[in-house]
Write a protein that binds this ligand. Sequence first.
Ligand code: ARG
Length: 457
Amino acid sequence: MGKLWKGRFKSSTHPLMEEFNQSLRFDHELWRQDIEGSIAHAKMLSEVGLLDKADFKAIQGGLTSIAQDFAAGNIPLDPANEDIHMLVETELTARIGEPARRLHTARSRNDQVATDLRLWTRSKQDLLDKRLAQLELALVKLADREKKLVIPGYTHLQRAQPVLLAHHLLAYVEMFARDRERLADCRRRTNVLPLGACALAGTTLPIDRESTQRKLGFAAIANNSMDAVSDRDFVVETLAALSLIAIHVSRLAEDAILWTSSEWRLARLDDAWSTGSSIMPQKRNPDLLELARGKSGRVIGSLVALLVVLKGLPLAYDKDLQEDKEPLFDAVKTTDAVLSALTEFFPTLTFDQDRATELLSGGFLDATLLAEYLVEKGMPFRTAHDISGQLVRQAEERDVPLSGLTLTEFQAIHPDFTREVYERLDPARAPDFYRSAGSSGRRQVARALAAWKKRLS
Ligand code: ARG
């Protein structure tokens, strides 16, 4: 069969034009949504009298059998078809003949592709929400398993104050929870039906868009037919949400890379998730984590690519819009793979308590606690900061931790010091003393853990 739009042309298209124009090689990804959309459209046409019952039955039967064959991998992706929409229609015509010629009534590929892509994106938003929840749960379980472990917390990548590992992990759970909110939010704007906008102006035919909307589970119909066929905001928003997920994942991966590095040695990679070197026999490399970090590049690249495609496009549909699919498909596939792998990986990460103690012992992590202790005794914070700083300098000169200074040395700097001060000078005990809401205090973190467990169960 020739092209479905061949009517007004005398001669055929140049082979290079054909190849260049072709989107089937990637948009076959949309076959399920294309068929689902067509069945709903045909049903609506039959309801309003634009298609008789027998033709609708033939179309529905034909499309259903095509779906089965797609699922079984039995539909060859013949490049003679420009895109998935043409392929499905050509296939339907081959199977049921004449009635297939009525399916495209009151429809254009412009509103059709926008509808397919919204259906596809909506289902992937739901899938990625599930993936994020699974990763959150894996992190919460790890935090729970290691809930006693105190590690150095950093600012400027300099050891700063002791924190619970659980607190550090739950920081990522907070990020992923915001990511889920963002996906849910852009899902609302994705869940709007463009079909019925036709090419750009709507139609003179008596269609019922609300009926199609209900059949496809959309929350509303697009208000403006020109906007409906040209709007790709939902793709941009999804890619922006995925970019932020990629950034959170990349930061999490980087933390785990540092923890498992030869310098830190705070955590150990399980064999199942480490890779060796082809030349250095001793190596255990964190390839998974590095790839998770690196793949953020392509996800963010997808967002930028689409934004550039959209900039300056005149209304309504332009073929440039075909360039929306590959970045979206790739970003979704990448995000799915990264989240799935990290969810399996984190439970296998093991931490070394002795090494944590060793890391806590250097760097005067208790200096801030000491200053706050003096504030509790009534001292102005700036004075307390100064005194704690002087004590750090002394301890550094003698190469001992703050707890290695004698009470006489403390009292020489300020007469109010008593033995009690030593209680605050054990970094591993810092979480017993943090008390502000949202802090790394034992009680606050236990409460946060319990809340996350409940929320995610
Ligand atoms: N393959 C096209 C796309 O992805 C479908 C819409 C084509 N519309 C048209 N007027 N040529 O955008």
